[in-house]
Design a protein around this ligand. Structure first.
Ligand SMILES: Nc1c(C(=O)O)ncn1[C@@H]1O[C@H](COP(=O)(O)O)[C@@H](O)[C@H]1O
Length: 163
């Protein structure tokens, strides 16, 4: 059963949001992915957020660009944690996405990550850490992920010193 719902405003967001899904795949976390737009399909967005908890989702990750209202509107309709990914827009390089996701009014939080692919990757990791707080096996996988990252830095150091 999917534990994470990954939603995005358009198929054009997939090249960013696939980085979220790659992390979830790597950590063996079951997820579902869907295109839902607060602007273009408001009824679907409300239904999705309304039904999310009952179908077993624990975290929602929402990516959108430009006037990125999807994460905030999803957060308004559910008390599941919502992580917002600001997709890099062409016109304003994602500053519009970032500000429209991060500047939520008090009372309706969206955990906002960085613009673009690094943010999308971190959204997957943050969801894993939320789940890992209640799941020792997943916490172990996250610890392995960190060790792997440290080993990569050690490789970089060797490469730098040998050059
Ligand atoms: N920000 C939103 C929402 C929303 O917030 O509901 N729905 C679509 N979009 C965004 O519009 C951008 C352009 O979409 P198209 O490429 O389909 O024109 C995408 O980044 C999408 O997330």
């Amino acid at each position: 059963m999917a534990r994470v719902g990954v939603i995005m405003g358009s198929i054009s967001d997939w090249s960013t949001m696939k980085h979220t899904c790659e992390v979830l795949d790597d950590l063996g976390i079951a997820y579902e992915k869907e295109i839902i737009s607060a602007h273009r399909t408001p009824e679907d967005m409300f239904r999705y957020a309304d039904e999310a908890r009952n179908k077993g989702l624990k975290v929602i990750i929402a990516g959108a660009g430009g006037a990125a209202h999807l994460p905030g509107m999803a957060a308004a309709k559910t008390t599941l944690p919502v992580i917002g990914v600001p997709v890099e827009s062409k016109a304003l390089k994602g500053m519009d996405s970032l500000l429209s996701i991060v500047q939520m009014p008090g009372g309706v939080p969206v955990a906002t990550v960085a613009i673009g692919t690094a943010g999308a990757k971190n959204a997957g990791l943050l969801a894993a850490e939320i789940l890992g707080a209640f799941d020792d096996e997943l916490a172990g996988k996250l610890a392995d992920y960190r060790s792997h990252m440290k080993e990569k830095v050690n490789e970089m150091r060797r490469e730098l010193h040998d050059s």
